[in-house]
Each structure stands twice: as C-alpha cells, then as structure tokens.
Design a protein. Structure first.
Length: 159
C-alpha cells in the first residue's frame, strides 16, 4: 500500500476535512521543502515516534517533535526530514477549518509544529497506538475519523 487518500465517511467531518491520507513507502533520505499553503495538517508518524523539521533553508537548528503533531497553517516554508516518514497517517484540513478540533487558536499554531499530546492531552500517543494496532487501511481510516469526531467542537473560534 504505497499511498491511499480518502474523503471522510462522516458527514460531520466533511466541512472541515479535505482528506485522510496513509503513506507507506521507503523514502530515500531527503529534506523536503513544504511550501506555505495556509492549510493545517494533523500528522502521525507510524514508523518512528518523531518528526524532524528545520526552520530554514540553512538546515541549522533541527527541531524534533513527537510522532503525532498538528502542523499549523504555514505562511513560511518548512523543511521536513523524510527519512523517518516511510509510514505516515495524515489529516488534511480545508483551509481555515482545523480550529474546531483543537483548543489552541490557529493563529498561535501558525508556522508551528505542535505535539498532539499538548492539544489533546494524551490523545496523540493513544491515537498513534490505535493506528498501529488497526489491521487494515479501512480500520485505520475509522480510527482517524473516530478521533476527529471526539474532538470536534464546531462552536470553537476559528482564530
């Protein structure tokens, strides 16, 4: 299963979530520049329990993050280390639509990679473990949707 993307099955998620993704492949060691898009992503590294990013093209100041993170809307490019990302789950939110899932205002998450446990208590580690235990891609999509539905608060301020 190299890469699978799907729209959420739950009608409650569709206004907020563009797609759910799973990637399982061997990336060569590379540093990938992620261009600014204004979109937020929830990412779970199912291979290694961390993400490594660089704040600039100078490749100085490597930052490590837990294996389940919110990548806030980015107005600046971010550089990801893809070597450790050969098995990844991700949620791609519609632009401006991630706020109902997180207690942190999205303007505070801008240009940040925030550990999911900081936003969902122990939810990041629990979500990662549940995804690792799920036996099929369909079951993994169900785990992601369940976690999102449990944290959805449509009344939360989008900023």
């Amino acid at each position: 299963m190299p890469s699978v993307a799907a729209r959420p099955l739950s009608p409650a998620l569709r206004p907020f979530v563009r797609a759910l993704h799973f990637h399982h492949t061997d990336f060569p060691f590379a540093l990938e520049r992620i261009v600014p898009s204004g979109q937020a992503h929830l990412m779970i590294n199912l291979d290694e329990d961390e993400f490594r990013t660089y704040p600039s093209a100078s490749l100085t100041g490597m930052r490590t993050h837990p294996g389940a993170v919110l990548a806030g809307p980015h107005a600046q490019a971010t550089i990801l280390d893809t070597k450790e990302m050969c098995w990844l789950a991700a949620v791609q939110f519609h632009p401006g639509a991630a706020a109902p899932f997180f207690s942190m205002p999205m303007n505070e998450a801008r240009d940040q990679v925030v550990g999911l446990d900081r936003l969902w208590s122990t939810g990041g580690q629990v979500l990662r473990e549940r995804l690792l235990e799920a036996p099929t891609p369909r079951a993994r999509f169900a785990v992601l949707e369940d976690a999102l539905l449990r944290h959805l608060d449509p009344a939360r301020d989008p900023m």
